[in-house]
Design a protein around this ligand. Structure first.
Ligand SMILES: [Fe+2]
Length: 274
């Protein structure tokens, strides 16, 4: 039971979250959550004045993640990130992602801030409209290479960075369209397809596994574990019936022969959903 002197926080953090007992961090999370809560869809996302500490965390993550990406990310991702070059400046603003030189420039997609947990149905419904619902906060500075929840690094490096790759925006909209008419079982199949492609998709380059999925791209730990991860062929029928884990490094992933094959097979399967 809360006492009258105990602060009330809008954003709930898990018991093992690195920022659980950091009152300043929690106030900051609330502040950014309120910006997202007050966002009006269809208008540009509010710009966040990121603090020096947040920008330092971004730079620290970049110094670790960048070499891992060059070593383990799919060629198309490496090229896309090199063109965008998000590490060379302070934390990118959601509002600037669609600007010239931004990864969404050619697609018409926009990133809009999300206030709290979002159901998969609402997430897919936004994709259908060309909107990616994104968090806007930075992880806790005490553990720059770890986050127990999707944060800006996941959204920017994992998702925004891949939107410049042909086929990613089209696939995202297709997920949204399929989800609009899906029953609960079909929605669960779409979630698994999304998980093993957009979030944790792997492609082979000269027989070597390379990361495409956002969950891999945004985590040096996941990228480093990729060469040791059990891989199975990317077969949409198998993928859509394989339950995934969210609380540890992925034990099994699915690899396609190329990124074109991964995106093509997934698109075909999503569009074939009844
Ligand atoms: Fe994600």
């Amino acid at each position: 039971m809360r006492t009258p002197t105990e602060p009330h926080f809008e954003v709930r953090l898990d018991a093992d979250h690195p920022g659980l007992h950091d009152q300043n961090y929690r106030r900051r999370r609330d502040q950014i959550a309120r910006l997202a809560r007050d966002h009006v869809s269809g208008t540009p996302p509010e710009r966040v004045a990121y603090t020096d500490e947040e920008n330092e965390t971004w730079a620290t993550i970049g110094s670790h993640l960048r070499p891992s990406l060059e070593r383990h990310a799919a060629r198309e991702v490496v090229e896309s990130m090199a063109r965008w070059a998000p590490w060379s400046a302070p934390i990118p603003q959601l509002a600037d992602l669609s600007a010239p030189g931004g990864p969404l420039e050619a697609t018409g997609f926009v990133f809009e801030p999300v206030h709290g947990l979002l159901s998969s149905r609402d997430f897919f419904a936004a994709l259908r409209r060309g909107v990616f619902r994104s968090t806007q906060y930075m992880r806790h500075p005490s553990r720059p290479l770890y986050t127990p929840e999707p944060d800006l690094v996941h959204e920017l490096v994992g998702h925004a960075g891949t939107f410049a790759i042909p086929g990613v925006a089209e696939l995202s909209v297709a997920f949204g369209e399929a989800a609009a008419g899906a029953d609960a079982d079909q929605l669960a199949m779409l979630e698994r397809l999304y998980w093993y492609s957009v979030e944790f998709g792997v492609v082979l380059e000269e027989g070597e596994p390379k990361a495409f999925g956002a969950g891999l791209l945004s985590s040096a730990g996941e990228l480093g574990a990729l060469p040791r991860t059990e891989l199975r062929p990317f077969d949409p029928a198998t993928v859509s019936n394989t339950v995934y884990v969210t609380d540890r490094v992925q034990p099994v992933l699915f690899a396609a022969g190329s990124l074109g094959e991964l995106l093509g097979l997934t698109l075909e399967a999503v569009r074939a959903m009844p």
